[in-house]
Ligand binder design. Structure first.
Ligand code: SF4
Length: 333
């Protein structure tokens, strides 16, 4: 292993991207092995070099809350879990108030999230109002369900700079969504001129290193503005909570390996939920959250699991990062 590891470190220093077997051999290491720390240090160095040591904080809020028929087994909105049985939605004014609050707090991009089947027309209507009220330089990002090519173009025309869209681990097995439709939507978004951010998620203890390596490579192939890795939160009342959670240390290891499996043309490397270990292992993007959150059982995640912009920035500071001021350099308006 010593020789293989030395070759991997040499490839990383030469700016090369790691292949599937190399990714698996790094993921196979115990998270607290000396070699894992060395990999985290390399990923941290690469992430800082690519961004001039400026980490980003994007802020997300949900436009609606309610039972979702896609039944993702890790999600508190899934109808099958019965955690939220009442459907609510924000008015355009409420959405503007929340978005402007995030903007004033220093978020580098504003994300709006909806459940999978929330109508596109409603998203577009609120987006138009948000676009009128936010600074023209603040990127607006959609975290919404799968779209047709025409739907993707309408999101772009409404003023979204990009989307967050992921092919989740065991998509189609732990969810009622079609993996092919997820991939197709990503293509449509990019063809419409929307920049795509993505992630290897939601990682649980049951996922093999082969699955993780293949998903890291998938994220690399789509040419996103950021990739990264996020662990699954064991939300009480959700089916996959029985598997428990990976540790922050293991997540930090996967965040670092993801950085080294994605080309340097991809500057962003996210993790969620925000933590110092992730930032020390090469994450340069965290999310602040407010309102409904699929990883929380409270209707207002700021009273639960959600982290605010200032706290995200403090966590980055603990890991030696400075926080970017102004609009995102990942999503460019
Ligand atoms: S993750 Fe999205 S698509 Fe899946 S159940 Fe939750 S809201 Fe619906």
């Amino acid at each position: 292993m010593a020789r293989i590891f030395a070759d991997i470190v040499r490839k990383v220093r030469d700016g090369e991207c790691l292949n599937r077997d190399e990714l698996i051999s790094l993921l196979d290491l115990p998270p607290d092995a000396p070699e894992s720390f060395q990999i985290m240090a390399e990923a941290n160095r690469v992430s800082k070099e690519l961004t001039g040591n400026r980490a980003e904080i994007h802020a997300q809020f949900a436009l609606n809350l309610g039972p979702c028929a896609k039944d993702c087994q890790f999600c508190s909105f899934a109808a099958c879990h019965g955690i939220f049985d009442r459907a609510t939605e924000l008015t355009a004014d409420q959405a503007v108030t929340q978005a402007r609050r995030f903007e004033a707090e220093g978020a580098n991009a504003i994300f709006v999230m909806t459940t999978a089947a929330w109508p596109l027309a409603a998203i577009l209507e609120i987006a138009a109002e948000l676009r009128r009220q936010l600074l023209p330089t603040t990127p607006l990002v959609a975290n919404v369900g799968d779209q047709t090519a025409a739907g993707a173009r309408r999101l772009r025309e409404a003023g979204f700079a990009g989307v967050y869209h992921a092919l989740r681990l065991r998509e189609g097995i732990d969810t009622r969504l079609s993996p092919e439709e997820r991939r197709r939507s990503i293509r449509y978004f990019q063809e419409a001129g929307l920049q795509v951010g993505t992630c290897v998620e939601p990682i649980g203890p049951e996922h093999s290193n082969e699955e993780l390596a293949e998903m890291i490579q998938f994220t690399a192939t789509i040419g996103p503005v950021f990739s990264g890795a996020a662990r699954r939160i064991a939300i009480p009342g959700t089916s996959l909570a029985r598997h428990g959670m990976i540790s922050e240390m293991r997540m930090a290891q996967i965040v670092a390996v993801t950085r080294l499996g994605v080309p340097r043309s991809v500057a962003g490397n996210c993790t969620h939920e925000p933590c110092t270990l992730g930032a020390a292992a090469g994450a340069n993007l965290f999310w602040a959250e407010a309102g409904a959150n699929p990883r929380d059982t409270r209707e207002r995640t700021e009273e639960g699991r959600g982290t605010n912009v200032a706290e995200c920035c403090r966590l980055f500071g603990e890991a030696g990062w400075q926080c970017l001021e102004g609009p995102s350099q990942f999503y460019r308006t």
